[in-house]
Ligand binder design. Sequence first.
Ligand code: NDP
Ligand code: HSE
Length: 401
Amino acid sequence: MAKVAIMGFGTVGSGVYEIIRTNAGKLAQNAGDTVELKYILDIRDFPDHPKKELFTKDFNDILNDEEVTVVAEVMGGLHPAYEFTKSLLLAGKSVVTSNKELVATYGTELLEIARNKNVNYMFEASVGGGIPIIRPIHQCLTANNITKIAGILNGTTNYILYQMITNGKSFDTALKNAQDNGYAERNPAADIEGHDACRKIAILASLASREAVDYSDIPTEGIVGITLDDVKYASELDCVIKLIGYAEFMDGKVYSIVAPMLVKKTDPLSGVNDVFNAIKVTGDCVGDVMFYGAGAGKLPTASAVVADIVDSVKHKVRSKKFTWYKPETDIMAGKDAKKFEYFIRTGDSIENVKKSFGEITHTDSISAGELAFVTRPLTASEVEAKSKELSDIMTCIRILD
Ligand code: NDP
Ligand code: HSE
């Protein structure tokens, strides 16, 4: 019998508990052993819970119990999640997690400890909620040089954009609904300012390149400035606006960015709505493949966490190779390594626009006194310099190619 523990009994942790109980037979069959929950660590009290005897507030109960071999860290945040995870791995226990902030920040070190201790540190739930993406990139696409990853990686922002556009909800109401549904981070600024998507694309880029991509090196913009007028213009251009996490692998370097982008309606990413996420991966052999599913929420996320528990029970003393290493040189391509077309709205004159940007594609204005246009492909520095020559820029959004 494999004894496991859950750390954090919130949205994801309660989902892990539910799946371990309701699908016990299936898990035992797949793990080759019964999966028994021995502890649930949380700072809150659960006096009325039917399994209240499982709850503890003392991390040492789990750390010092030799029977516990696998621990699900679903508390979130960096501290004490980092210290707890490190202690557990050093004690020879496998840890599985949905905590992308921790994986993106301390993953390189924790993976090294897991390798050295011959245990597992698994994080399938850290990107795309319930979508299988860590194993596919690492295993199923292993024959490929991955050249590009473009994804809708944050369920909360995709839900907000969808509710604003389709149901006419205000930004604040849509965010409140996302929080009520358990999709948002404890501090939802991480969602709407793009930091959560940034951590996720850093994890995927690290996995694809096998070299740690530092998320703090990835330029990141959120959806806060997006207006319904922007959405209408996007539609005129046969596009939709999505928050995109993007990584391109070029000559040993990684170009990465997180930003709202206009996505052409011919691109399958454009049809990904509500809390759903999708990740389009391009490999030099396979071409484009896309992974789609619920990007957040209790049971979808717990589904991925429990899969890692089962895998860890099956492979008790084998360090899985979902891993990456600290690079010896700087692997980040600069912000100008990639050119995008840009959609721009300005209050300035057509003469000034043409003087700065040269050849542009003009779009019908939906408000008096403004001009909307699409540029030719430009680097970030070029668009910054040209924009400074205009007096009034309202919107400047990349177009995903
Ligand atoms: P919640 O806030 O719902 O749950 C976290 C739980 O952990 C809370 O009960 C919290 O208690 C408890 N906790 C916090 N600190 C400690 C501590 N030091 N010791 C013991 N318990 C503690 O978060 P979620 O379940 O939503 O998210 C958990 C992790 O999973 C996060 O990293 C999140 O980013 C990630 N994730 C979440 C998804 C989702 O859809 N919600 C999807 C994918 C990943 P208290 O509330 O009292 O602080
Ligand atoms: N807050 C995150 C999101 C949870 O909305 O995508 C899933 O990682």
